[in-house]
Design a protein around this ligand. Sequence first.
Ligand SMILES: Cc1cc2nc3c(=O)[nH]c(=O)nc-3n(C[C@H](O)[C@H](O)[C@H](O)COP(=O)(O)OP(=O)(O)OC[C@H]3O[C@@H](n4cnc5c(N)ncnc54)[C@H](O)[C@@H]3O)c2cc1C
Length: 471
Amino acid sequence: MSKLQPIHVVGGGLAGSEASWQIAQAGVPVVLHEMRPVRGTDAHKTDGLAELVCSNSFRSDDAETNAVGLLHQEMRSLGSLIMAKGDAHQVPAGGALAVDRDGFSDAVTGALEAHPLVTIERGEIAGLPPEDWSSVIVATGPLTSPALAEAVLSLTGEKELAFFDAIAPIVYRESINMDVAWFQSRYDKVGPGGTGKDYINCPMTKEQYEAFVDALLTGDKTEFKDWENTPYFDGCLPIEVMAERGRETLRHGPMKPVGLTDPRNPDVKPYAIVQLRQDNALGTLFNMVGFQTKLKYGAQTGIFRMIPGLENAEFARLGGIHRNTYLNSPKLLDPTLRLQAMPRLRFAGQITGCEGYVESAAIGLMTGRFAAAERLGRALPPLPATTALGALINHITGGHIETIDEGPRSFQPMNVNFGLFPPITFTAKDENGKRLRGPAKTIAKKRALTDRARADLAAWKAGQDMPAAAE
Ligand SMILES: Cc1cc2nc3c(=O)[nH]c(=O)nc-3n(C[C@H](O)[C@H](O)[C@H](O)COP(=O)(O)OP(=O)(O)OC[C@H]3O[C@@H](n4cnc5c(N)ncnc54)[C@H](O)[C@@H]3O)c2cc1C
């Protein structure tokens, strides 16, 4: 039996199960604490590990032109338990990887129960983990039990940890029509760290605004689940709720047209203006300021493309509101996902500000490796930000731009997407030397990004100093 002190993992969901597996495979003992069935959550229905609470899809499995497909591939290459059991319990779903949820969860539970270095303890960790647990991974997810959430909150100096997550849509910068939109900050204010041209502005005429308000009022809305009984944040009302309060409310709120001049039509004052603000350090993603919404996804795409300049907008993430628990990670976590205020605690999964089953498991995979490497006294070189895993960690621990003018917090959970990857120069020509345009050019770019990711991940793996069993 190993003489190493165990690493404790709190939460046996997607992230905690993967983290535990990675730690054990590296030869380090692990104690996995899962509160179900002793204490339930409002969404989980079983006592199985890695339970999928809603859809059974891990989304696209295309590693050539899809960011989550690439993430699948990277995780497989690093010995992911979640991917191995997902593959083994696949159900037909076109280009997506969907799984038999019970078979999948049973297989993950069985593999962890059978591992000689894994001990599973059922019970809630209802406060800060005991001081003699020198290395802990907290992977308790969006429905972290309140006692633990409050204990973590007390360490962070933040005001809140669990709330209705008001998410504004995020648009790929390259899909915005800059023949219509323009860069300008309100009143050309430079502000701290700005240039006076920090926002993308989309102008609307009176007719366009009225049609837009009508669409918001009649668009399909998501109903709240019974268990989502946390109030909205002040200042984060959904746009359709604002529209219900009066047809002019948006024009005096997030769509106010003051302090902005369309350089192509300086004499025409727009009736309303939608602003988008840079969302990541790379400048590839822009969020729609103040546009948090609980419109259904299908309705959002159509309604937001009514905005001049966004006719062809592609969304890295649509808006939404649901209860969530996550840290302001760019401020609170270090690059190996340790809490700066208490480095014996690491975080993994949705609580770090990623979103989705696969992303949560991916962060669990890396957090497990970071913790195991630390326990073994080995160096783990930083992951290149050009890989899907690295891009995701970079977003969580530093890539997001924190802004102060939009209410309580601007860091929002994010699925993996190509907007998180550093830009790439690529050959936009076909084999006959003809210039590629439109979708063909987009595919060529995605292929270049995924080829680069594969090469960089291979180089990173070759430079690792971890036990072979980890792969
Ligand atoms: C209602 C709902 C629907 C969702 N639908 C989807 C979807 O369709 N597709 C998708 O990709 N993502 C979806 N998500 C997001 C998804 O839950 C997460 O992305 C993913 O499950 C997060 O993984 P995780 O490991 O961080 O947390 P979880 O998988 O939630 O695991 C956390 C675990 O920690 C345990 N736990 C909590 N507190 C404690 C404690 N104090 N002590 C011990 N154990 C504790 C919980 O019981 C749970 O097993 C949904 C989330 C919710 C809330």
